[in-house]
Structures are given as C-alpha cells and as structure tokens.
Design a protein around this ligand. Structure first.
Ligand code: MN
Length: 452
C-alpha cells in the first residue's frame, strides 16, 4: 500500500495555527484538499487547517514542485491525476510548514478564515457512478419488497452499481429543490405528475478517482488502491415514489439525478492511513469472490474506520430554538465490497476511469435500528413515521428540512479526522400540491393523449 503511516500522522504533532489544536474535523493530521476563493478572488486549491484554509497556489514556491503545475489550477483534477507519491510529498511538506513555527512568518499571510471564503466543487467531475455496497441497506430495502429473499443472487458476486449524473452534483450547503415527476398510477391507470411526496436522503461516502486507466486496460485489484485519491461525504437525494415507478428495467433515473451533494473537502487516502481496517469477514456460506475482485492486502486494509452521522433540523425546530435531531449513527465498515473492489469491478470490462471521477458507495446503514442511512429504512417505507423534538412527525422530508451528514475517522491513540459535511435544506419546487395539481395533471393527460 502507498498509504503508509509517517510523521504527518503523529498525534503529538501540533500546528502553530491555534484553531487546529483538537479541531473536530481539521487537525494538522488531516489536511484535506479542496478548491476555495478568498473573498472577491478567483478559485484556487487549498488545504483545510483548523478554522482556516491555506492557499496552496500562493505557497507553491515553498512546496515540492508538482510536475503538471497542479497547484495553479482552479480544479484538483491535475493533482488527483498524479501518482499518490506526489500527494504524499505535498502532504509532508505542508505538515512541516504548518507545524514548524519557523515557517509561520512565510505562511500566515496565505491563511484565510474558512467562513470568509467560498468553497467550490473540488474537481471537474467527468463521470459519477453510484454503487450499492452497503449490505445492511441492501438487506433492509430488499426486505421491504421480498421478505423471504432480500438479497438478489448477484449481490455477493458483483459490486452492484449504475451510472449516475455528474452535471447535477453540488456542494453540501446549497439548497435542493423538490423535484417534480411521475409516480405510480392511480386507479384510472394514469400516473400522477407532481412534486415528489417521498423525498429521501442516502448516507454515502464519495470515493475520488486519482490516476485514471486507459480504455481497454482494466485496473488489477492489487493496484486499485493506487487509483483512489480520497473520500468525501455524499448525499444521493432520492425521490422514492418516482424511483418505484421508473426503476424497472433499467434502474434509477429521474428519481436520483436531480441533485447529488458532496462535502467540500477531499480527505486523502494518505490522511486516512491510520484509519484503514480489515474488511469484515464474509459470512459463513457466502461465496468467495472471483479472483479479479480478491486481494489479501485489500482484505487486510481495505475498509475505513469512519463513523457517519445524519441529523435533521426542521423549520419548526429552528424557529423554536431546538437543535438538530440525530437520525442515524452509521459506520463505513458496513461496506460489503471495498473501494478497491469497486474500482476493479468498474474497469474489468475495459471501462476507463478519469482523475476526478466520483464513485458513491451506496447507502451505508448498520444492522442496528439506530444506524439506518435513509428515511426509507428508518420509517420502513413511510409506514412507521418518526417523531421529531417538538412533536412533528416525519415519514419523508418536507420543505424547509435541513439534512446534515458528518463523518469521523477514529482509531485508538490517533487524532480523529473529520469529513465536515454541511447542512443542505430542501426547498419546494414552486408547485403546490393542491389545487395546482389539477392543472398539472391535465398537462400530463394531454401529453399521454398525444403519445397514444
Ligand atoms: Mn445511492
């Protein structure tokens, strides 16, 4: 593995940036990369340190030269494209600059208060693929439809995935507009055409592709880790009623592609080195995967010790001064397939991945009722609404709800590193369900009439 533990992970290492000491997300041991604009200025690469962002373009002369001028670019694709060794060298130099007080004078001028900066998507995302490797989620969803055989026979052989939509990926913190679409037929056989009534979130990790692979040149499982640059939090917003109506036979489409949100910082594989753990052993009776998906080293280190949290804050809760309510405390160890297995499978047919491509893991739920990564699971398809502080009930999200994800990598004797999700609120689509629905239905009827 290229992700070795070195002095940058030393829990005793401190930064002269005061806010980094004991910072919940960004101690000096983390140093995630992103793209930011200081007030009124253009986007550039930065690294989060405590409550600040250090301008990597400005301090480039103090850092090792990147072969392709990656630190001058307004997107991280060029940095992601480099072999991991370059990011490791960059991380080591940055860690020295931010810990050794002799460098403070030269670097401090290039530190910006994070809350005064604008954050941007860290990379131009050419392609986005969403997997389904959260086994407890797959079991929970499967059970809603097939109580006796929740998992389909392919699940333990193939990391199931589908191609998502890259154009509608946004940073967390930006509002989501409730989508309009078709849902299941009424008694007269016509589909409804309305804003979704079953708006849900999906708690996932986003996996950033670093070095790509050429078309027709699959990535071997033993090399897959070299192609993974880092991770973020990912919310695969889902309209469950549209999904149920449209997903057969080709899978999710408009129920998912209206927006996907990610957290702004790429936490690198180098930063995550102390938090790699063994992949959970397959259950007795589960098949051993085909050789192209199996690597002993990946099985020994391929999982992430990351706690994941979802909170909900409704408009009424905020108006009454009530804090966010925790919906779930989940865990990235719920992945049945590792990130390396996702990459090996994605490319085994010769499909090429590019630097800055994004892979979603699929919803990550634990096998506990307190660790469910979607409302579909928490409320059992809407049949068991939950009660929020203040007494409101929820089956699915309503307008004004804010969902926030958190992620925390933890290991004994290590400084925890966070992924720092931000809250995203749900806005209505500007279409009221009544009485405007009548007009909308007649539009849909006209269209159906023409189609017939
Ligand atoms: Mn998903």
């Amino acid at each position: 593995m290229t992700t070795m533990i070195d002095e940058t992970h030393d829990p005793a290492r401190a930064s002269w940036v005061q806010s980094a000491q004991g910072h919940p997300d960004f101690p000096i041991q983390n140093l995630p990369f992103g793209i930011f604009s200081p007030q009124g200025q253009d986007p550039r690469p930065g690294a989060a340190i405590g409550d600040s962002i250090v301008d990597l373009r400005a301090i480039a002369p103090l850092l090792p030269a990147m072969p392709n001028g990656a630190l001058a670019s307004p997107a991280l694709n060029d940095l992601l494209a480099l072999p991991a060794e370059h990011r490791r060298t960059l991380r080591q130099a940055l860690s020295t600059l931010l810990s050794d007080p002799r460098h403070e004078a030269a670097v401090r001028a290039h530190l910006h208060e994070a809350d005064q900066c604008r954050l941007h998507l860290p990379a131009r995302i050419g392609d986005y693929t969403d997997f389904y490797v959260g086994i407890h989620h797959a079991m929970n969803i499967g059970r809603l439809f097939r109580p006796d055989t929740p998992l389909l026979p392919n699940y333990k052989w193939i990391p199931i995935g589908y191609h998502g939509r890259a154009s509608s990926i946004r940073l967390s913190g930006q509002p989501v507009v409730r989508p309009v679409g078709q849902r299941a037929p009424l008694e007269d056989g016509m589909p409804l055409f309305e804003p979704t009534a079953r708006m849900d979130f999906e708690l996932e990790l986003g996996v950033w592709i670093g070095t790509g692979n050429r078309l027709a040149a699959p990535v071997a499982i033993g090399d897959a880790h070299r192609h993974i640059a880092g991770i973020s939090l990912l919310n695969d917003w889902s309209a469950r009623d549209f999904q149920a109506w449209e997903y057969q036979p080709l899978g999710p489409f408009l129920s998912k592609n209206f927006q996907t949100t990610i957290s702004p910082w790429i936490v690198t594989m180098e930063a995550l080195a102390p938090f790699r753990v063994a992949q959970a052993a397959r259950r007795e009776g589960d098949p051993c995967p085909l050789p192209y998906l199996w690597d002993e080293n990946d099985q020994a280190n391929g999982a992430f010790a990351i706690e994941l949290e979802v909170t909900l804050s409704s408009r009424a809760m905020r108006e009454r001064g009530l804090g966010p309510h925790r919906l779930s405390l989940s865990d990235a160890r719920a992945m049945y397939w590792t990130a390396a297995q996702m990459v090996a499978h994605h490319t085994v047919n010769g499909c090429n991945l590019n630097p800055g491509d994004l892979l979603g893991t699929g919803t990550l739920s634990t096998d506990e009722p307190s660790g469910l990564g979607s409302l579909m699971e928490i409320t059992r398809g809407g049949k068991a609404p939950i009660t929020l502080p203040g007494g409101e009930e929820r089956s699915f999200l309503i307008d004004g709800d804010e969902i926030a994800f958190g992620g925390k990598a933890r290991a004994d004797g290590r400084s925890a590193s966070g992924l720092a999700g931000r809250k995203s609120s749900l806005r209505d689509s500007g279409l009221k369900r009544t009485p405007d629905t009548v007009a909308l239905s007649s539009t849909s009827a006209d269209w159906s009439g023409q189609a017939r």
